[in-house]
Design a protein around this ligand. Structure first.
Ligand SMILES: [Zn+2]
Length: 380
C-alpha cells in the first residue's frame, strides 16, 4: 500500500494523456470564426475549448506556427445516412466532425451514438431516427424495417416515438413519385414536432411539394427540388414569410441523374438549372447548408463534402457563405451546442488548411490537421 501515495501523480498523468487535449496556441494564422475571416491572428485552446482569439496572444506552452495557413471550424454534413463506425471515422479524418443522419434504424443509431459520441477519431452523430412516411412510401424500399403513418391523428404518437428514440429533429418524406403523406398529415407532423421543440425537415424532389411543405411550416428542405424551376417571386414571398433553410445535396442529385438511365422519362432539371435553383433560393435569403446524402450515389462521408461546397460556389454563393454552409449555419439551424464557430466558449473543433479556401474551394483538400475538442484527429 505504500505506493498509494503516488496515486494522485498517476491520476494527473492519466488525465493529461487521456483527458482533454493539451492546451496550445496557434499564432500568425488566418481564422474563419464562423462569420468572418480574421487575418494574422492567434487562437488559444484550453480544456478542449477556444478560450481566446486575438492578435499577439502570449502563451507559456505548445505553440503552433500558422503562418500562411487557414483555420476554420470543424465541418458538418447536414444530410447523411451512416451505418458503420467507419463512416464516422471517414468523416472525422476529412474534418467533418458532425454528421446529421436523415433516416435509419433507431436501435442501431442509438448504439452508434453511445459508443462514439466522445471519441476523438469519430464524427459526432446526430439523427432523425426513422423518417415519417406512409406504407410503401419513400424510405420503405431499402430493406430495413421502418415505422409508418397515414393519418394526422397519428402524428403526435409518431413524433413522441422518435423523441423516445433520441431523435434530434424530425425528418418527413414527401415524394409524390411514390405513395406519399397527405398534406394534412405533414402539417400535423410539423406541428407536433414544433410543440416538442424539434425541427421538422422534409425530403422533396418535386417543386410543387417543396412549395407546399414550406407553406405548411417546414423548417428545412433536405434536397433541392429537381423537376422544374421554382417561380422566383413565389420563392421570395415564401422566404420572407418564414425562416427555412435548404440542404440542396447538389452532388447527390447530379450524380444520380448521371448514373440512372431509368429516370429518363421523368421531368428533371439539368445541372446548370439545378445550380440556378440553388442560386434563386440563396438570393431569396434562404440559408444554404452543405450535405451530400452518402452512401447514395457512392458518395463518401468525408471529402465529398468539399465537392458539394465547390458546387455551391459554382452556383453563385459567396466563398464565405460556402464555408458557413458547412460550419456555423448547420450549428445554428440544428442547434448543435457550442459548435460551428471558433469563438471563446466554443468547442475547439478545428481544421487547419495549408491554403486558403476563399481563393479556391479546391484548397479544402489541403488539410494539415484536424482537432476535435482540442485533441488531434488521426488524419491519413
Ligand atoms: Zn437521404
Amino acid at each position: 500500500m505504500k505506493y498509494l501515495k503516488y496515486l494522485p501523480i498517476l491520476l494527473i498523468l492519466l488525465l493529461h494523456v487521456e483527458g482533454y487535449g493539451q492546451d496550445f496556441l496557434i499564432e500568425n494564422v488566418a481564422v474563419f470564426d464562423g462569420e468572418k475571416v480574421i487575418e494574422n491572428t492567434s487562437i488559444l485552446v484550453e480544456n478542449g475549448e477556444v478560450s481566446n482569439v486575438a492578435a499577439d496572444l502570449k502563451f507559456d506552452g505548445d505553440i503552433i506556427d500558422g503562418s500562411g495557413k487557414f483555420l476554420m471550424p470543424g465541418m458538418t454534413n447536414s444530410h447523411v445516412h451512416a451505418w458503420m463506425a467507419g463512416n464516422l471515422v471517414e468523416a472525422a479524418k476529412a474534418g467533418v466532425l458532425n454528421v446529421l443522419d436523415m433516416h435509419g434504424v433507431e436501435q442501431y443509431q442509438q448504439s452508434m451514438r453511445k459508443r462514439f459520441l466522445d471519441s476523438t477519431n469519430y464524427a459526432r452523430y446526430w439523427f432523425a431516427g426513422a423518417a415519417a412516411t406512409v406504407p410503401n412510401g419513400h424510405g420503405t424500399q431499402y430493406g430495413f424495417p421502418t415505422p409508418t403513418l397515414t393519418e394526422p391523428e397519428e402524428a403526435d404518437e409518431f413524433v413522441a416515438d422518435r423523441i423516445k428514440a433520441g431523435a434530434n429533429y424530425l425528418k418527413i418524406m414527401v415524394e409524390s413519385l411514390r405513395p406519399s403523406l397527405k398534406p394534412e398529415t405533414v402539417e400535423a407532423l410539423i406541428k407536433s414536432a414544433h410543440a416538442k421543440d424539434l425541427n421538422a425537415v422534409v425530403h422533396v424532389s418535386q417543386m410543387e411539394n417543396a412549395a407546399q411543405v414550406l407553406s405548411l411550416g417546414a423548417d428545412g428542405l433536405v434536397h433541392v427540388w429537381w423537376d422544374k424551376p421554382f417561380e422566383a417571386e413565389k420563392l421570395k414571398a415564401l422566404a420572407n414569410r418564414s425562416d427555412f433553410f435548404m440542404v440542396p445535396t447538389l452532388l447527390t442529385v447530379i450524380r444520380i441523374f448521371e448514373n440512372n438511365t431509368s429516370m429518363e422519362d421523368v421531368s428533371r432539371l439539368s445541372k446548370e438549372e439545378l445550380l440556378g435553383e440553388v442560386l434563386k433560393a440563396y438570393e431569396a435569403g434562404v440559408p444554404i447548408l452543405a450535405g451530400t446524402d452518402p452512401p447514395n450515389a457512392q458518395i463518401n462521408y468525408g471529402s465529398d463534402l468539399y465537392e458539394e461546397m465547390k458546387l455551391l460556389k459554382e452556383a453563385g454563393l459567396s466563398s464565405i457563405d460556402v464555408l458557413k454552409s458547412a460550419t456555423s449555419l448547420p450549428a445554428k439551424y440544428f442547434d448543435l451546442p457550442n459548435l460551428g464557430f471558433l469563438k471563446p466558449g466554443y468547442k475547439a473543433d478545428m481544421v487547419l488548411l495549408n491554403e486558403n479556401p476563399l481563393e479556391d474551394m479546391e484548397h479544402l483538400y489541403t488539410i494539415e490537421a484536424v482537432w476535435k475538442e482540442g485533441k488531434v484527429v488521426k488524419t491519413p
